[in-house]
Design a protein around this ligand. Sequence first.
Ligand code: F6P
Length: 246
Amino acid sequence: MKVIETKQYQELSQLASNYISDKIKKKPNLTLGLATGGTPKKTYELLIEDHKNNGTSYNSVTTFNLDEYIGLDPENANSYHHYMNQTFFNHIDINRKNIFIPNGLALKMEQECREYEEKIKFQGGIDLQLLGIGANGHIGFNEPGTPFLSTTHVIELAPSTREANARFFDSIHDVPTHAITMGIASIIASKEILLLVSGEDKNAALKRLLTEEEPTEDFPASILKKHPHVTIIADKKALKGIGVMH
Ligand SMILES: O=P(O)(O)OC[C@H]1O[C@](O)(CO)[C@@H](O)[C@@H]1O
């Protein structure tokens, strides 16, 4: 895993945005895996700026999002469909038919999960997966204990995840209890992974990722150690007290 340290969140976001836009310039029909949450917000903002100022085009790009809450309508302000439209898709020239996000309202969830995997495979796999990390080490919504061999599935959210994400909702009671998420095997099948880590509340998770030896299902992000092409961009606060080789 290659670690790039930045001074703060702004610089982290600028590097991440440059990284992604360079990939699109090199491969205009890139298949991009996307994440939600607070961490990548500024990256999306800068990608939009880059699209407007430099003309980076998403016309031939295909995207697959990691996850979605179960039971939230795409119009719900807290759904990841809504997040992605507002934060990114509404501001770039992406072809709507090339956007894929798991359907949290599917009547047949098992079928939805299976078909999501098939769509990724049909597309030839994900070229670059953008990732965040939960304070408990989750990637996507794969909570501690999720099997490394998992593909897209329904998961019960950990209480700590619901608490952390309650900041986006009126009350913790409104945070869905379940989500549909790409599995750990689905994430790890991506050709390349870009993990963004910002802030002191991610320090312990990053320390565990960078220092502990063997991957363990108790700490989902640890599987990244087995992936041949992972780049981590982390700010000083996230890296505090962690010795990184430059
Ligand atoms: O960037 P945040 O808001 O800390 O979230 C970290 C991770 O948690 C999730 O939002 C799921 O809770 C992921 O999609 C994200 O990468």
